[in-house]
Design a protein around this ligand. Structure first.
Ligand code: IPE
Ligand code: IPE
Ligand code: MG
Length: 263
């Protein structure tokens, strides 16, 4: 079912040590159009159902103890879609914030927006600002909405700000390292994603969190985004739990064996 699962589950399998669930989950919510096409419905209906799935995903992530949930809702490249679809997607975002913000706030969710905001329509910018300001002091799930977001644009923006810092004398070029880049990205202060889920079978990042995903685990699900439910979230988290994250090092068990051999 879950591609990329390393298959260590099942009878007789080595039982992996229980691991904490991912602190930060990123989701590439893909397949709304195909979900609709398969039912002979307009793409807008797929996007509408996608918003329902998003609502449910926020709830299940929060219930399951995820601290940060980043959802890819509109990419820098999605502007190339027909104007009608872009308009529909903008309308859905506005409706989502207007309708759901109070509920999110009541549930202690803190909303953060990443992506380019300057060239968005003023009414959308105002709503995005309002969502961040209203929920800024909440200490529940952090819902990061990637809207008009693209990793390359984000990294270029960070480079620009670092270059400005160098030009003004605020940054010494000799001190520039990975942390300098991280702290100049839109995601400054947000830990890197532990797990990235993509629905609908595609196995690509499509310009999503490329810098931040350096050591993320990936789970690709065949279902289309409107069909993503709590069971799918649990399955993705379970696949994550079974993974062996090594961050370029070696597992403690291997380390122990090496020490014993050396003695
Ligand atoms: C994801 O579904 C929503 C957005 C990208 C905004 P798609 O609209 O990409 O659906 P497919 O991939 O065409 O099926
Ligand atoms: C990625 O999906 C963007 C979002 C989910 C918002 P796309 O459907 O735009 O990606 P591609 O075009 O298949 O790579
Ligand atoms: Mg798509």
């Amino acid at each position: 079912m879950i591609e990329g699962d390393d298959g260590r589950r099942g009878p007789g399998a080595r039982v992996a040590e229980p691991r904490p669930i991912p602190a930060h989950v990123g989701i590439i919510m893909d397949g709304n159009g195909r979900w609709a096409a398969a039912r002979g419905l307009p793409r807008l209906e797929g996007h509408r159902r996608g918003v329902d799935a998003l609502r449910a995903a926020v709830k299940s992530a929060s219930d399951l103890g995820v601290r940060y949930l980043t959802v890819y809702s509109f990419s820098s490249e999605n502007w190339t879609r027909p104007i009608e679809e872009v308009t529909d997607l903008m309308g859905l975002l506005k409706r989502f914030i207007r309708k759901d913000l109070a509920d999110l706030h009541r549930n202690g969710v803190r909303v953060r927006i990443i992506g380019e905001r300057v060239r968005l329509m003023p009414d959308i910018r105002a709503l995005l600002d309002e969502a961040e300001i209203l929920t800024a002091a909440n200490d529940g799930l952090v819902l990061v909405v990637a809207f008009n977001y693209g990793s390359r644009q984000e990294i270029a923006g960070a480079m620009r700000r670092i270059a400005e810092g160098v030009a003004s004398g605020a940054i010494d070029p000799a001190t520039i390292g990975p942390d300098t880049v991280s702290t100049h990205l839109d995601t400054a202060g947000i830990p890197d994603p532990d797990l990235i889920i993509r629905t609908s079978g595609e196995q690509r990042l499509s310009n999503f969190l490329m810098w931040q995903a350096a050591y993320a685990e990936f789970v690709f699900l065949p279902c289309h985004w409107p069909d993503f439910d709590r069971t799918a979230m649990e399955a993705a988290l379970e696949a994550y739990t079974a993974r062996d994250r090594r961050f370029g090092g070696i597992r403690p068990a291997e380390l122990e064996r090496k020490v014993k051999t050396a003695l």
